[in-house]
Design a protein around this ligand. Sequence first.
Ligand code: ADP
Ligand code: MG
Length: 594
Amino acid sequence: MAEPVIGIDLGTTYSAVGIVEAGFPILLADEGGERLTPSVVWFGPEGVKVGRAALREAPAGRLVRSAKRQMGVRFGEHVEGGLPLVGDTHGGVAFQTLEGPRTPVEVSSVLLGELKRIAEYRLEREVRKAVITVPAYFNNAQRESTKQAGEEAGLEVLRLVAEPTAAALAYGMNKLGESARVAVFDLGGGTFDVSILELRDGIFEVLATGGDTRLGGDDIDAVILDLVKQGAGMSGSALEDPEADGDRLIQEAERVKRELSTKDHVVFRVPFYDGAQSLEVEVSRADLESGAEPLLSRMERICREVLVDAGMEPDEVGAVVMVGGSSRVPAVQKLAEAVFQREPDCSQHPDEAVALGASIQAGIIAGTWREVLLLDVTPLSLGIETLGGLMNVLIPRNTTIPCKVGEMFTNARDGQDSMRVRVLQGERELARDNWELGKFDLSFRSAPRGKARVGVQLSLDENGILEVLARDVEGTGEDVIVRIESAAVDVNEEAVEQMVEESVEHAFEDMNARVFTEAQLKAEELLPAVRVALVEIGSILSEEEQEEIRLAERAVEHALTGSEANVLKRAVERLDQATEVLAARLVEKAIKEV
Ligand code: ADP
Ligand code: MG
């Protein structure tokens, strides 16, 4: 039998592992018959415990939750939550446990090791290869960290698959043959993803994807806690402080939330809270729904953005596939229904769909599943900085990956012999408003301005990992190849969504800045050339022609001191026109001289 390839859903709150067996994807259960493993690790003096075993231990200072939220996050850009965070030696964060700092990669590798162990226990053989899912919004650094965690757990990570894509794969299983566009709405414990995919003759293509890596069921738990706080008339701090008690409160809030998915009223109850007092507050579904309003409107906005990105009207979506444990919340289903104007499809198992899809993808690779192509898209645009500090997009957002795009660049100054290539990610027109994924210098044979030829190529592999190649085409032919790995972490997750928002917000001024800079570059090229030409052959122009050129020249100089993009643009165009006469005369002169 061929070597097994397992599919893993490494969730923020729950994880699962599966495989294709006899042509069908199945999830593998642990010794207790559980198919979902809580994504928590307990670091004790005599070793670590994972999942339910970890939850049975006293949590204080030892239990790490939601490690996925800190994957690939830079220290300083992190958001606190759970155990205190400290910086690790590579600029990332680490959880401060009583056993010392533990990085998110270390914690995730313990989780992945446990899933590998469960698979080996069920399959009764060694497992070394895996497909792991990641949120569609994960950036390069987060993907790399996930891969690294897999490798540290002894797994060869054959592929990283976007979670909504995996869910669609699970959904498409019994719907293949139909031509349809589906929206996948995935609300888990810590992340929210919406994608629109096209399903055609067994081929999936992601048309657009969006989401928020800091929006999920945890936030709904927090709403419940807030309601309880208000109901109990307590000050905020009294409920947040002691970590052990805090944990009991969160667990109770989660239980109440789950019950409110099917009931109208549930009593929040923590006995002997504070040592003596018990805490009892009734929470209604209506209260939860109004408390969750801000969360719901964030979801709504993201859904609308994704529709816009896909260039689709709600009625063009054939089905809205609901996955993720929190998609069980009735208000969330109502919201999906309102945005997409159709009843959401709850046919998939909300907790298992992603892991089943990962297993199908693993089966495709292992050859145990029939062939289906999988195409993902880039969540943000990728490009490099060019002259004047502008962003030059090479790969626009929502481009299907894998992809490869190249463009030629040249030198800005005479005799220049090297160029700084700054790789950027983001939606803004000015380089400085985007994120720098990395930079490097390429040296080339010195050449007059505009004569060197440097090719820059960006390629994104199917895991969403970026490789940048720069080559001195004319001169040395030398290559610089840079793989963007941990350098991509100069970003904070929330900022991904913010980036898209800001690009819309600043669209007007950004465009203005780009137009100005482009006109300015053109002016800097034109002005010296015009001055030289006027001196050399000005005499062969008529008085009016000379005057017009001088006026146009002055208009450009004046506009350069201002900040009006359109004024400068028009002045440059005028100068350009005025000098056409000059260019024509130059040609005539050259002909006469022959
Ligand atoms: P992740 O992919 O982030 O690990 P899951 O898809 O497993 O998350 O979803 C976990 C979340 O789903 C948790 O926040 C959990 O509280 C929530 N959840 C599970 N069951 C229910 C339910 N019946 N009602 C509301 N929320 C639920
Ligand atoms: Mg999930």
